[in-house]
Design a protein around this ligand. Structure first.
Ligand SMILES: [Zn+2]
Ligand SMILES: [Zn+2]
Length: 806
């Protein structure tokens, strides 16, 4: 290509598509299996291709990780930076119901649009590995994983309550319930018991906590996962209620003598069995019905006031001293947690205290140290009113009481988790069919592996059936089949999988996306995994991240995954808000479309702006002014390069600048400080434009290479304009010279109106802005300038800064 250097103006609309086409043709970003180079696997969360198109929030993560991927390639790594579509799920199904466009057609349209948008950003994805979770060649393996879980006893069916819309007659996912109402029709959502497929993630709870030690995640991500799993060590105690027994879990066995009530979950089946003995049955029954209307979320919110109703005439026996204690039913106790019952110790639990005050329960002190006439005493202390255990410390008592109960078979030490088994059924059309057959003779029969995939039938009717079953139940030619075992007539499972199913293992498929014999070639998995750096949204920390770690561990156990953990490093980015500080939403009319930004300012501007807008892990509001500022920076960079390219030699000061910039980018990119990387570059360009004579061609070349991962198009264009030939993205990442980045320290004098007031040790090349910032923050200086207007600042580099005040 020929250039006319005299006439060049920065025109991203012209150069960006040109270079995108060139890179694609050259196959620059294709990852090579088994390359001799060291591998580096960079992963972003693959998008859900919604009808709305790409969000600028997507671009934040993709641009930043693209910079990482590009830099790693230049450093000599064989980089895998893949992309695909997480395309099953509700938004598309709802869109289809609304518009009459089939989910398959809608998905294909949306994918095409996303693809066009992503390509216009010049992201260095390896498009040859593109995957789509709704493609049957892909979901065959999602189903295969389900069969393996089933085979190992980790997938089972259970009756559990789900969100139910009585008007639409469908089960709802939690995210479809907004303030207790169905988001689509506004009807009040109730709880309804349905038979659901469950996955036993609880079996892996300990390892999901323990193995966090093996990986390099942001601390807040680790903490969130640990809290979500919610492991607590304590004891399980057996309380007798007549001939029945309930098990109660507590972490405070030292307070067992202070139990003054037992509260049962409304779902606890014992209550029904006690029906004829409860003196106020009508009241109890009415209460239970009311609670049934509430979601678990509403019932267990911490700030809510607990409610309850006594079961009059019913008592439980405290096993520690055979004391009689009243029994209640209360909304805050959840049937699936613990044994569906909790003990109430008002003297030593804050919320039990409030509950006791509200309903007039006895408050019995058994740990000394507080003032229980005023408030609960929740700390450890010395036991009182506790029979033979009085006088022990709480810690000793916890051990001794556990031993005592265990000997008499009245209780034992136990561990509990907040984490529950994972509800894996959806009564929707647009998902992977669960590959199970229900046979009257043989029971639950897995679809034989050779018959996978169980294809989702392409039908015109994908509306809800109104019976609580998935729309698949209405497709008789699909539902009715033969039993693989006894050959009798049987029905297929009609529930589909949740949209987490396809995203559990997608990063494994990227290693070998076209394999039709196995999930992926074990050798390729071994070569590429674990993922070296995975960036995604903080909102996925407890669901997707935990689910996928669990499934990966399971696959490790059965010999498929090569390592115990899937992701070596996990970071997250903050969301991008609208200019008005609100969430971007069509209804607010404040959505920024990346297409518009690319068209008006160019992809390089959009990419750099999103890295520059603020600390990467924090939510930040969009700013059009900021976008314009970045575009100006790129124009200045353009001018600097073209202005200096014929210079022969660089000045030593300029050399130091570029080597320091080199070092800064090395450190900042690794630490996710994308914004400071960009500002360091801006500083360099300011320096360069003021000192054009000092910038030689070697510095210009280095600057281009350093900016290439962040702004791939403009740097390629300028590189070619210099006549350097080969693509800039094939260059080797430059190394800085230790000698040139060494900071020289000098003593900078701070004067006020010409009088020396302070001295500070600073780097020799400190800028005026930086020197001013440090100076005004000094205590000695503050008192001289406080309340005064600074008329002028005189800065003598390397020597002094003088503030002239009125
Ligand atoms: Zn509804
Ligand atoms: Zn059978």
């Amino acid at each position: 290509m020929k250039y006319n250097p005299q006439k060049m103006a920065y025109n991203p609309n012209e150069i960006e598509p040109k270079w995108q086409g060139y890179w694609e043709k050259q196959g620059f970003y294709r990852a090579e299996d088994f390359s001799k180079k060291p591998k580096y696997y960079v992963l972003i969360e693959f998008p859900y291709p919604s009808g709305e198109g790409l969000h600028v929030g997507h671009c934040r993560s993709y641009s930043a990780m693209d910079a990482v991927a590009r830099k790693k390639r230049m450093e000599g790594f064989n980089v895998l930076y893949p992309i695909g579509w997480d395309a099953f799920g509700l938004p598309t199904e709802n869109y289809a119901i609304r518009t009459g466009i089939h989910p398959r057609v809608a998905t294909d349209q949306n994918v095409a649009n996303f693809k066009r948008q992503l390509k216009s950003l010049g992201l260095s994805f390896d498009w040859s590995r593109e995957i789509d979770t709704t493609n049957q060649k892909y979901y065959k393996w999602t189903q295969w994983i389900f069969l393996k879980l089933f085979e190992k006893g980790l997938a089972y069916q259970a009756e559990i309550p789900i969100n139910w819309c009585p008007s639409c007659k469908i089960g709802l996912a939690d995210e479809e319930v907004i303030e207790g109402r169905h988001e689509r029709c506004g009807e009040k959502v109730i709880r309804k018991k349905l038979r659901q497929w469950m996955i036993k993630i609880t079996e892996y709870a300990d390892r999901l906590i323990e193995d966090l030690k093996k990986v390099d995640y942001l601390e807040k991500i680790k903490t969130q996962q640990i809290n979500w799993i919610g492991k607590s060590s304590g004891a399980e105690i057996k309380f007798k209620i007549g001939k029945f027994e309930v098990k109660v879990f507590t972490t405070r066995l030292d307070t067992i003598f202070g139990v003054t009530a037992l509260v049962l979950a409304p779902e606890n089946s014992i209550i029904g069995n006690l029906k004829f003995k409860v003196e106020n049955w009508e009241e109890v029954e009415k209460y239970i019905k009311e609670v049934g209307q509430k979601t678990e979320f509403e019932r267990t919110q911490l700030e809510k006031i607990r409610t309850g109703v006594p079961l009059k005439g019913i008592f439980a026996i405290n096993p520690i001293n055979n004391g009689k204690i009243p029994v209640w039913v209360g909304d805050y106790v959840i049937g699936t947690y613990g044994g569906g019952a909790v003990m109430v110790v008002p003297a030593h639990d804050k919320r039990d205290y409030d509950f006791a005050k509200k309903y007039g329960l006895e408050i019995r002190e058994v740990v000394a140290g507080g003032n229980i006439s005023k408030e609960a005493f929740v700390d450890y202390g010395k036991l009182v009113n506790s029979g033979q255990f009085s006088g022990l410390s709480s810690q000793e008592a916890i051990e001794k009481i556990a031993d005592w109960l265990e000997k008499k078979d009245l209780g034992k030490k136990s561990v509990q988790y907040k984490l529950r088994d994972w509800v894996f059924s959806r009564q929707h059309y647009w998902g992977e069919p669960i590959p199970i057959i229900h046979c009257q003779k043989c029971g639950q029969v897995p679809v034989p592996e050779k018959d996978l995939p169980v294809e989702l039938p392409y039908v015109e009717r994908y509306q809800p059936t109104g019976t609580g079953e998935s729309p698949l139940a209405a497709i008789s030619e699909w539902v009715n089949t033969r039993c693989p075992k006894c050959k009798g007539p049987v029905r297929r499972e009609t529930d589909t999988m949740p949209n987490w199913a396809g995203s559990n293992w997608y990063f494994m498929r990227y290693c070998d996306p076209k394999n039709d014999k196995r999930l992926a070639d074990p050798k390729k998995l071994k070569y590429w995994l674990p993922v070296d750096w995975y960036n995604g949204g903080m909102e996925h920390t407890t669901l997707h991240l935990l689910y996928s770690r669990f499934i990966y561990k399971f696959l490790y156990d059965i010999g498929i995954a090569p390592t115990p953990e899937p992701y070596q490093k996990r970071t997250s980015h903050g969301i991008v808000l609208a200019e008005d500080g609100r969430k971007m939403s069509k209804s607010f009319g404040n959505v920024i479309n990346p297409d518009d930004i690319v068209k008006e300012y160019g992809a390089d501007t959009l990419r750099i702006y999103e890295m520059f807008m603020g600390p990467f892990d924090q939510a930040i509001a969009w700013s059009n002014k900021g976008v314009k500022g970045v575009r100006r920076f790129l124009e200045r960079f353009w001018n600097l390069v073209l202005g200096c390219r014929d210079n022969k030699k660089s000045d030593i000061e300029a050399e130091k600048k570029i080597h320091k910039l080199n070092k800064k980018i090395d450190e900042d990119l690794e630490a996710m400080k994308f914004n400071t990387t960009v500002s360091a570059f801006m500083e360099f360009v300011n320096f360069g434009l003021k000192n054009e004579g000092k910038i030689g061609r070697d510095i210009i070349k280095r600057a281009l290479v350093l900016l290439a991962p962040l702004a791939p198009h403009i740097t390629e264009e300028l590189w070619q304009a210099l006549g350097e030939g080969d693509s800039i993205h094939n260059q080797t990442w430059p190394r800085y010279d230790e000698k040139l980045v060494k900071e020289e320290i000098i003593t900078l004098v701070i004067q006020i109106n010409g009088k020396v007031r302070d001295k500070i040790e600073v780097e020799a090349d400190i800028s005026e802005e930086k020197a001013k910032e440090i100076a005004v923050s000094r205590e000695k200086i503050k008192k001289w300038i406080e309340g005064k207007e600074i008329k002028k600042i005189v800065f003598v580099p390397g020597k002094l800064i003088n503030f002239v005040t009125k």
